[in-house]
Design a protein around this ligand. Structure first.
Ligand code: FAD
Length: 260
């Protein structure tokens, strides 16, 4: 069965964290309302449920692309955490690099200097200082940015009691930690749904273009209960139309004709 073309503002292929994040931004930031997310599996069920669920703005070069991208992402996640009572369980415990070799201090300082130059925040030294701000295991408010290079064994033993007794160098990266990636995805999905996003269980099979823009997509809808990757579970075909934002007109897609 081929269903009548449906008109939407945007189609997002995939309901992983990237697709759900894109749908959320299209609705919350770009002002669209009819956003269709197409996925052949359940939301957040492929790569997005394998994550270690950690984040950091600490990335080597060349260039500051990753530092800038992750800093912006962390800004957005913190903002979401603040407005949802930290529904995404975000913390700021940081990343920790430890060594029992004193000469590693130079190497870790060099990496920290590079990250500092890329915009990840300032490096602080703690030889025998006591101005180190301990990590928080819950929440993220009031935590420093950048990194702390700690060469004081007593301070290392006090703050990281699980470290080997001969640990003499610690680099604590501060704008980093963990969160519930599943919760993050679900909060974004629910907010996107409130703004008009809809999930379609199906496989995107084709993209149509006209006048240099996407005008439609084709999708095979999955039978209820069908598993990801199966080819014999299709019960119908769905054609979608894309409303062109350059012309303000709608072009009915004939994508269904290109489907099996
Ligand atoms: C072991 C592991 C640990 C990780 N740890 C971290 C971490 O600590 N921190 C971190 O930031 N990142 C981590 N990552 C990376 C992170 O998990 C991925 O970058 C992220 O989940 C990718 O999301 P995605 O939406 O791009 O892809 P996916 O989650 O794979 O989503 C893609 C979706 O698209 C759908 N799809 C594809 N083609 C079609 C089609 N034609 N029609 C319909 N649907 C389609 C798929 O079914 C799927 O659901 C880790 C990854 C792994 C594997």
């Amino acid at each position: 069965m081929v269903t009548a073309p449906e008109r939407v503002d945007a189609v997002v292929c995939g309901a992983g964290i990237a697709g759900i994040g894109a749908a959320h931004a299209l609705i919350r930031d770009a002002g669209l309302s009819r956003v269709l997310i197409v996925d052949e599996g359940a939301p957040l069920s492929l790569t997005s449920d394998k994550s270690t669920e950690c984040y950091r703005n600490w990335w080597p070069g060349p260039g500051n692309a990753m530092t800038a991208l992750t800093t912006r992402s962390i800004d957005l996640m913190e903002s979401l955490a603040e407005t949802t009572g930290n529904a995404i369980q975000m913390d700021r415990r940081g990343y920790l690099y430890l060594s029992a070799r004193a000469e590693m201090a130079d190497y870790l300082e060099a990496t920290a200097r590079e990250s500092e130059s890329l915009g990840a925040g300032a490096l602080r030294f703690h030889g025998h200082a006591d101005d180190y701000v301990p990590r928080r295991l819950d929440g993220f408010a009031g935590q420093p940015q950048g990194a702390d290079l700690i060469l004081d064994r007593a301070l290392i033993a006090r703050e990281f009691p699980y470290a080997a007794p001969d640990t003499c160098v610690a680099l604590h990266v501060r704008r980093a930690g963990a969160l519930s990636a599943q919760q993050l995805g679900m909060v974004l999905l629910e907010q996107a749904r409130e703004g008009g996003a809809r999930l379609l269980r199906g496989r995107l099979t084709g993209v149509e273009r006209s006048n240099g823009a996407v005008s439609g997509v084709g999708s095979h809808q999955m039978l209820s209960g069908a598993s990801r990757g199966t080819t014999d579970s299709r019960s119908s075909k769905v054609s979608l139309t894309w409303r062109s934002h350059t012309t303000g007109t709608s072009t009915p897609a004939s994508a269904a004709t290109s489907l099996k």
